[in-house]
Design a protein around this ligand. Structure first.
Ligand SMILES: [Zn+2]
Length: 89
């Protein structure tokens, strides 16, 4: 799956429906920037993990970054309802 402008638009649409981000809890500003790509957190059933597979599976997220202070939040794209969209890309 590629991070396309269509996907970025779809993410913004879903976020605006749910309104998860109001004011930044650190600085109180409310201007957020969507990452220009995926942020992937590795998911493992072992801790400490014995290996990390580059290009392996993981939790697909995007980052929302406060434009004022850099505070960063991560949004899980599957929980956002975009799993089927991601599978077709
Ligand atoms: Zn902030």
């Amino acid at each position: 799956m590629k991070f396309t402008s269509e996907l970025a638009h779809r993410i913004s649409e879903e976020l605006s429906k749910r309104k998860p981000m109001g004011k930044c809890q650190f600085c109180g500003k409310s201007q957020w920037i969507l990452s220009d790509g995926f942020v992937i957190f590795p998911v493992t059933h072992e801790f400490p993990s014995t290996s990390i597979v580059i290009g392996g599976g993981g939790m697909p997220t995007v980052a929302l970054v406060c434009a004022h202070c850099g505070n960063t939040a991560f949004i899980n794209l599957i929980q956002l309802g975009l799993k089927e969209f991601l599978d077709t890309q």
